[in-house]
Design a protein around this ligand. Structure first.
Ligand code: NAD
Length: 499
């Protein structure tokens, strides 16, 4: 094992991040026990805008995962014993450092994931907010006292699980790492983060900034990797809780491995969220929100509203209003801030292409599609608007994870809700309707974790609990709710003797 005793600050990356053709000037080792550690294996992290190697990054072996868990286990008691105000101060400092280095981190996230720079910047601002939010609310995260009468004192305290694992996908690594780790650290856990091999750079940067923020060695370990590292972490006997964000199939494997060990897990999985545009809805208000939310990160957002279920009286008007967002969308490398950047990888681009082909074969009609731009080398997929998508088809019920919107027409509110439930997912949904009582009733009848009315905020806000139902997973991250997830109760009971 070779370790690095010195490390370049993020500033050394600055110049290479100005230009989408430049490779990063340094390698990114694993970050274990407060040190950069050279891995057994290096992985080529590709820039999706060019398909060139962006950086050489460590990809953890099971033995290296084991080292990361051991480092977390060793650090956990002292971190948990710090006063919440002290842990909070260090997390808020981490948030401040993320803000200080926001431009470098935003460009890093943009080049690693392919998303437009404005979205990379928004993600980094949100990430800083997660560290600041959890660094603040932990000081007011109270236990309970339960009144049982004069002969007892019953107090319910919240304590950390110990070592928490955080398995993060490639689409929003900066935000997802910050939201999950921010809450777990504030609650007093020591953490092991496993970012995806496709986009691990910002999570590794957080570990460097955490040192500068005074977060002790071993409290935040970052070991990028794929299925092998993920399974090793999930099955590890010394991991007390696993938070997983990713696909349904992998999530179920993670949950099974946790169940085998009798340990809790949290699953944030995929979605097939619907916009229900009811009779009398304000189409001018709805169309831009629907289109922009879908095209965010080229449709690779778990909460993307990928289906529009519109009342027949508004169908023509809505489709006309949506069309220009697809025909006029610009495509290019994320640093140039186009409407859509590339998708994350070649296999992902092929997968989306397969959905488009099969949907056309099943009778859906493409009514708008952005023209492909000559000379683009990366993994680009044209934003595509489908109409007349039958409810019994794959495009209507399965997650595409690309810039593809499916429109279906219905005749009533009840039919709209039935259509929305024609999918195994239950992540988010939106109801568009000027009659607010009708909108609230309809939103309440949706079996989803987040329901919006006359608006749509994919991912919601830092303060709002977030999660899904049915195949979209269980457990909640974000908001104060997440602190309950990353703690367990201990009841202290005192028998008070009579005088
Ligand atoms: P994925 O399940 O393939 O990978 C997710 C993570 O799991 C990666 O870090 C990957 O390396 C790791 N992994 C792979 N195999 C593993 C195994 N056997 N054991 C443990 N970990 C393993 O998912 P993906 O295709 O990278 O991500 C896209 C999916 O994630 C979509 O379905 C999307 O909707 C979902 N997602 C959900 C949310 C949410 O908050 N609900 C957010 C973002 C993405």
């Amino acid at each position: 094992m070779s370790t690095h005793t010195t490390e370049a600050g993020l500033g050394s990356l600055h110049d290479a991040l100005q230009d989408h053709d430049a490779a990063l000037p340094e390698r990114f080792p694993l970050d274990i026990g407060g040190e950069l550690q050279d891995p057994e294996r290096w992985n080529d992290d590709l820039d999706p805008a060019t398909t060139d190697v962006l950086a050489s990054v460590g990809t953890a072996s099971p033995a290296e995962v084991d080292r990361a868990v051991a480092a977390a286990r060793a650090a956990a008691p002292a971190w948990a014993a710090l006063a919440p105000s002290e842990r909070g101060a260090r997390l808020r400092q981490l948030g401040a450092l993320v803000r200080r280095d926001a431009e470098v981190l935003s460009r890093l996230e943009t080049r690693d994931t392919g998303k437009p720079l404005a979205q990379g910047r928004a993600d980094i601002t949100a990430a800083a907010r997660y560290f600041e939010f959890y660094g603040s609310v932990i000081e007011g995260f109270l236990g309970d006292s339960i009144p049982l009468g004069p002969r007892s004192l019953a107090v319910v305290e919240r304590e950390p699980h110990g070592v928490t694992a955080h398995i993060v996908p490639w689409n929003y690594p900066a935000q997802i790492t910050a939201r999950s780790v921010g809450a777990a650290l504030a609650a007093g856990n020591a953490t092991v983060v496993k970012p995806a091999d496709e986009a691990p750079l910002v999570a590794l940067a957080y570990a460097r900034l955490a040192r500068e923020a005074g977060i002790p060695a071993g409290v935040l370990n970052v070991v990028p990797g794929g299925a092998e590292a993920g399974s090793a972490l999930t099955a590890h006997p010394d991991v007390d809780h696993v938070s997983f964000t990713g696909s349904v199939a992998t999530g179920r494997a993670v949950a099974r491995a946790c169940a085998d060990r009798g340990r809790p897990s949290l699953l944030e999985l995929g979605g097939k969220s619907a916009h229900l545009v009811l009779e009398g809805a304000d189409v001018e208000r709805a169309a831009p929100v629907i289109a922009r939310a879908l095209l965010l990160h080229a449709g690779q957002t778990c909460t993307a509203g990928t289906r529009v279920i519109v009342h027949e009286s508004l169908h023509g008007e809505l489709v006309r209003a949506l069309t220009p967002y697809f025909t006029d969308a610009t495509m290019g490398p994320g640093l140039g801030d186009p409407t859509v950047g590339p998708v994350v990888s070649g296999p992902q681009a092929e997968r989306i292409g397969g959905f488009v082909e099969r949907a056309t074969g099943a009778g859906a009609r493409i009514i708008a599609q952005s023209p492909m731009v000559d000379g683009l080398r990366g993994y680009f997929v044209a934003p595509t608007l489908f109409d007349e998508v039958a409810q019994a088809t794959e495009l209507f019920s399965e997650e595409v994870f690309g810039p593809v919107l499916a429109v279906t027409t219905v005749g009533s509110d009840v039919d709209a809700v039935t259509a929305a439930h024609h999918s195994r997912y239950g992540l988010s949904g939106a109801v568009w309707c000027r009659d607010i009582d009708r909108a609230i009733r309809t939103a309440r009848s949706l079996d989803v974790g987040q329901a919006y009315i006359n608006g749509y905020a994919p991912g919601g806000g830092v303060e709002l609990p977030f999660g899904g139902s049915r195949d979209s997973g269980y457990g909640r991250e974000k908001g104060v709710e997440s602190l309950r997830e990353f703690t367990r109760t201990r009841t202290l009971f005192v028998d008070v003797a009579a005088p």
